[in-house]
Design a protein around this ligand. Sequence first.
Ligand SMILES: [Zn+2]
Length: 499
Amino acid sequence: MLGPGCALRSSCLPLLCACTLLLLPPVAPVSLPTPKPQERAKLLLVSFDGFRWDYLDRVPTPNFHALMKEGVQVEQVENIYITKTFPNHHSLVTGLYAETHGIVANEMYDPSLNLSFSMETDSMYDSRWWDQAVPLWVTVQKAGGRSGAAMWPGSDVKIRGAYPDRYLPYNASVSFETRVQRVIEWFAAPRDEAVDFAVLYWEEPDESGHLLGPESPLMDEVIADIDEKLGFLRNELRKAGLYEEVNLIVTSDHGMMQLSTEKIIELDEYVGRDLYTWIDKSPVVGIIPNEGKLDDVYNKLKDANPYMAVYKKEDIPAHYHYQHNIRIMPVLLEAQEGWTIVQNRTAPFMLGNHGYNNSLRSMHPVFVARGPAFRQDFVQPSMQSVDLYPLMCHILSIRPAPNNGSLMRVKALLSQEPCPPAPSVPPRIPQYSYAPVIGSMISIVMVVGFLIFYIREVTVKQLPTLPRGSREMSQPLLQEDMNLHFLETHRGFVSVRHI
Ligand SMILES: [Zn+2]
């Protein structure tokens, strides 16, 4: 990051160079200072899947609260629609809504590829699903930095031709502690090998939230265990001497809602299964009606149940940012908070779920952060989850790819005001590094141009009555008088002089 003086320095350098050059012989070599490589900030992004924002105060969570005291907290993070795991994790590292980054659900169908995606199968390793957007780890590497990923959704897929420099292929049986130790090793490696940015994913408390329901008293223990895991991470960072250096962001993809067997919507009551294929499941269901059956299916469902909204794709509310992608299905069913859509009651039932409207507080994730880039003991009421991407780019001094987030909405979290316009700083290349070169070149052009102009003007004034050809013949004499040897090397003048 550059301090407030950066703009002043870069704007003044060309003028200083010009002034200096006027005092030097015209051909004196220009020595430019070698810019020092900029010290890059370190950043670790951690996601505890399904950690709802209010779990923090449900049981004692001393490690989360220590982080809040040492750093910042955002109370309400509005994530992206739909509030499922893969779409939201990909938004965190791209700053894009699902319709733009293309991971629109945990289960997808792409008509143009004629492929199905499921996070339960190897289909998710097909790069074609992921190439609609560039995750931050790829951007960091293309800008000359290094990145690492421990089980983050999509991080073990080749995206835009690249894997993270260091990554763990997804394996749910690898413990949290092992994941942390790998990440610490990546940060603590020798300077020319260490990662600058890493992402770390853990499956809980999402799995227990689905199984038990978030209101279950048994969730208390699960939440306390997550806090202990965060404590383990803090201790490992301290032991490696990284705690004060690494910026640590702890967040999640979504919250969790308690379900009830009293709140079931059975599609079989309203429409025959032979009329459609359903792709993504409750609480937001993507449906492909059979050929020629779009209106028939839609009409059968649209007023079928007061707890289910039904949209044709073109009518999905614009503020969902969930329409303009071929992977969004022709008909979308959205259950109200706490309701479950099934085909019939033989389907397995969960006591907790997420995926609902992203404006619901029950769907919102936790967000705390600490480190040199962040203020201390500061609480911000709200942000959008897509704002995290430009925030991370700013911390890493990376030029952000086009995104739906806003650094301005989260700049209050930072210990230093961003130097506007913040976004366009490639890493390791200080913002002012090209300015001396450009300034000096402009100055040289100006000096040479001035001399040529001066020579021509003086010559014209001294020989006002000579015909044009005579003026040309007289130029070498004038130059000789002025002792401008650098012009002698110009072939045209030399040849004229000997005429
Ligand atoms: Zn889940």
